[in-house]
Design a protein around this ligand. Structure first.
Ligand code: PGA
Length: 263
């Protein structure tokens, strides 16, 4: 099965420059023309999304967040699901821990955003994960279960007719995300493989109890070329959601090639 390599440009200043962003995506397209075993996604800032939309073939572009309403008094720099789909973009990150931490996105808002995305046929990549305190207190499973049961399942249930809605999960333990590690003054490093396995199993178990089997899970948090092979070799990891290391074309490409060679 193809692994997914997804870059998250976050708020990287250089990549909010439309010429730089376009150059990056055009070079990336060329370099991955022959790639067969990896699906490549890039989640860009809204400022450059309209400039890049419609210009990619292999690279699947995505937005980093969305607003759940279509119209009204909501002062915001966000796009709605309709705005995203009108650009021809068909995927979005929902509930990324940085949106939870800095912008107050909670389970209720995750559910609203998820419903808005599914209504427009946008593939959501829903991010969940525990913080360091929760991990140290042994509450990882409990936290993931709460995020799934309160934010995700109720929204999915509204779209579960004959066929189940499509979605991906991004498991991103907060303590492993480079930006948060730096905030704590520690070195950014990924979660331990056994901790990722435990979390992915817990996530799949909660979903399967609710009738969603075979959920695909991307791991995110300080993944980089140096650890990509170890992470991507694990059968329980369907791909990587890469922040910092995706901002450099060469390191992003290196990770894509690692995935390609494992396939
Ligand atoms: P990081 O971010 O790779 O910089 O740790 C991952 C993410 O937040 O998606």
């Amino acid at each position: 099965m193809k692994k997914i390599i997804a870059g998250n440009w976050k708020f990287n200043k250089e990549l909010r420059n439309k010429d730089r962003a376009r150059e990056f995506i055009e070079k990336l397209e060329k370099e991955i023309a022959g790639i067969e075993n990896v699906e490549v996604k890039v989640f860009v800032h809204n400022f450059v999304l309209p400039y890049l939309a419609g210009r990619t073939k292999k690279v699947k572009l995505g937005a980093q967040d969305l607003h759940w309403t279509e119209d009204g008094s909501f002062t915001s720099a966000q796009f709605s699901a309709c705005d995203i789909i009108n650009l021809g973009v068909k995927q979005v990150l929902i509930g990324h821990s940085e949106t939870r931490f800095y912008f107050g996105v909670d389970e209720k808002k995750v559910a609203l955003k998820l419903k808005a995305a599914l209504k427009e046929g946008i593939l959501p990549i829903i991010c969940i994960g525990e913080d360091i305190k929760e991990k140290e207190e042994g509450k990882t499973k409990q936290v993931l279960e709460k995020q799934i049961k309160e934010g995700i399942l109720p929204a999915l249930a509204e779209f579960s007719g004959e066929s189940k809605p499509e979605f991906l999960i991004g498991y991103e333990p907060i303590y492993a995300i480079a930006g948060f590690a730096k905030l704590r003054g520690s070195d950014p490093k990924p979660a331990r493989i056994e901790d990722i396995e435990f979390a992915h199993e817990a996530i799949r178990e909660v979903f399967s109890q609710a009738g969603y089997s075979g959920v695909k899970i991307l791991y995110g948090g300080s993944s980089k070329p140096e650890n990509a092979k170890e992470l991507l070799s694990q059968a329980f990891i369907d791909g990587l959601l890469i922040g910092t290391a995706s901002w450099s074309l060469s390191s992003f490409l290196e990770m894509i090639r690692i995935g390609e060679n494992l396939g």
